[in-house]
Design a protein around this ligand. Sequence first.
Ligand SMILES: [Zn+2]
Length: 452
Amino acid sequence: MKAIERDEAVRLCLEGERLSPAERERLAAERLRELVAYVREHSAYYQKAYREVGEDFRLSDLPPVTKKELMADYGAWVTDPRVTEEGVRDYVRSDEALEKLYLGKYTALTTSGTTGKPMPMVRDACHNTIHSAMIQTRLLREVDPDLMNPVRHRIASIIILDPSVSSYSGFLKMQRANPGYEKNTLAIALTEDIDEIVEKLNRFQPDLITGYPSILAVIGKAGQEGRLRIQPQAIACSAETLTEKVYHTLRGAFGCPVLNNYCSTEGGEAAMSCSGGKLHVNEDWVIIEPVDKDGRPVPEGSWSEGVYVTDLTNYVQPIIRYYMEDKVRIRGEACPCGSTLPVMEIRGREAGTIEIGGKVLFSSLFEQALEHVPGVLAVQIAQKSERRFHIRLVPSSEGEREKAAEEVKERVLGLFEKSGVRSVEVTVVPERPRPNKRGGKVKFFVKELEEG
Ligand SMILES: [Zn+2]
């Protein structure tokens, strides 16, 4: 396995950002060659998959892989034969996970997908050192690099309080690693009443708040209305799409940097936000290839159907051209922040389809139509029965709720009609968007079909 010291990783991350895009591409290609040479020797799965690939190859010559294929052959995929699917699952569920590394050397977690079995994922020291150096040098560039240290700062996380969810197990690990400083950390259940959350935050006075954008939208609104009186140094969100509207609400309400992250259990931190709120791809360490539904690269500036992710840092469970359903767009534009790392936009993680009257509609269509409704910070559509839908939304202010609800309802009905779907019942209900039970993310579209 590849070893790297912390200082070296920090140096490489700083340097990587200063390179020109062409230099960075060469560097990534070199790192890819090194990783591929390693997996050919240590992973029976990749050895077989790459048997037709010559010594002098390009990324696009490597056959893409899917979660299903890799999971069917888990033991052959990983490069350390001691790592097993059951072993990782048992470890993640055990108390041991909060104190010791898996097999004494790896971090381990499982994916939080709503469909299918959660996938065990093991990361080695190389991955962990480099990804944490990227967080330090890129994500936290505008703030105190020690902001995530509870010895020095007060950290509040609004999450699902379930240890099998990685954001909460991460929180518990942070607590255990810093005994005596528990009073500087606060975990608030995502499902709590908003007035309760506001009161707890007012009492706690956090330096850093972490959570999903949908709950942070509600927090931002409470800040704007003056109910939430805190002066955080930063707000960090992840997992869901952070819209520009929520970004500016938070920035406006608290006047602090809003940190965003595009990460996955499989590939780690692939992109991080800059001072302008744009996501920059960490392409020196994680390669993102936007592709269409047939796996062909989409032209620059077009939205993709999915992406191939390659993590150049993880040697124990290698992710190379791994397909994920994220819809992204990379435009070759310069960002005002000065970074030459490419800017990426992402839309509707885990977008789904709406089946109705024999027709299949893409929920992303609705998401697009509702993206810029004035007075709406967050919105969710729930299908309660084939032709009955509930809409839950977070308005920018209570005064705007009624008007925003009308507008959202009208747009949804309009889209149904345009798609040739008639006699649907759409109701705006007085509820916040609901997180899913595993992972706690809020999806734009959810099926909540009731019996009968
Ligand atoms: Zn930027």
